[in-house]
Design a protein around this ligand. Structure first.
Ligand SMILES: [Zn+2]
Length: 305
């Protein structure tokens, strides 16, 4: 079984362990995109991280993680809903080439102006449930380090992350000290468990994270420990773009503009701004846009190219 999030708890309830492995969902998300490998890896790592963090949000809604860059990569953004549907995209800065061996800092923070933004967006907003946004500088040399800093400084949660991604899959492991287990330096058995868990998990390598199935991985790392396992949860890719939304965007442009575009090319190609899925409208499709009845509100959903 693939595209799963698995959660565990150390027997003394002091440390949470979560592992995610995506392959089909990740490949679906990349199907219409062609990112340079180093960008794809950052996007994959942020995707795995978003699933790991969204797994613990306490409301219906979504978690959005954004890396806003000042270098060749302008933006990497991932949204994961509380029921674990994801979508993710990256945009490159025009005119700047992506170095083959680009690393986290050179791709996203070459001027030191990069930002990491976390948005918690509840579906039903009310006085007690408002969207939350946290913004921090890009401190660290990897997606995992930036998130660890954020979780420690903004959420006061000791968190360690191991993330890996390639063209076929993305995977992540999270350790988190449970919030009611005292401060970082608090001595005692819970502190020892945390230290031991981190030491065990730190032996992991990217190849193992991607190559091993989650059960094997968890057994290899924690076979001497007693972990309570929870029911695995499915993760799926979902982008809300549809042909009808794109049709509405073209209607918004107006008949004159659409006919003008058609006078210069054989058809109109629109791709979703988020997942890159292509939608093609030939002259007959375009003519139908303005003759068939429609009452759905328009929605900007893509870009014409
Ligand atoms: Zn889409």
């Amino acid at each position: 079984m693939t595209d799963l999030l698995k959660k565990y708890l150390f027997q003394d309830h002091s440390v949470r362990v979560q592992a995610v492995k995506l392959d089909e969902a990740w490949r679906t998300g990349l199907a219409h995109q062609s990112y340079p490998p180093c960008v794809q890896r950052l996007l994959g790592e942020l995707t795995a991280a978003a699933v790991l963090l969204a797994a613990n949000i306490k409301f219906d809604g979504s978690l959005v993680l954004q890396l806003q860059g000042d270098g060749p990569v302008a933006l990497i953004v991932v949204e994961c809903t509380s029921d674990l549907t994801i979508r993710a995209t990256a945009s490159l800065r025009e005119g700047l080439s992506v170095p083959r061996d680009g690393n986290f800092q050179s791709l996203l923070n070459s001027q030191g102006q990069g930002r990491f933004i976390v948005v918690l967006d509840p579906q039903r907003k009310n006085a007690a449930m408002q969207p939350y946004q946290g913004i921090v500088p890009l401190e660290g040399d990897s997606v995992a380090q930036v998130l660890e800093h954020y979780m420690r400084n903004s959420e006061q949660l000791d968190t360690r992350l191991w993330l890996a991604a390639d063209a076929g899959q993305t995977a992540g492991l999270l350790l988190q000290r449970m919030p009611d287990q005292g401060g970082t330096e608090a001595p005692g058995p819970a502190h020892d468990t945390w230290e031991r868990a981190v030491a065990l998990a730190s032996t992991i390598e990217s190849g193992e994270l991607l190559g091993l199935d989650t059960d094997t991985l968890i057994h290899r790392l924690f076979w001497e420990e007693t972990l309570i396992a929870f029911e695995p949860q499915n993760v799926s890719w979902h982008c809300p773009c549809t042909r009808e939304r794109v049709a509405n965007m073209l209607r918004m442009l107006g008949q004159e503009e659409v006919e003008d575009i058609l006078s210069q090319r054989d058809q109109i190609d629109v791709s979703c701004n988020f997942c890159g899925k292509p939608y093609r409208f030939d002259p007959i499709d375009c003519a139908r846009l303005f003759t068939s009845p429609q009452d759905t509100p328009p929605s900007g959903a893509g870009s014409i190219h």
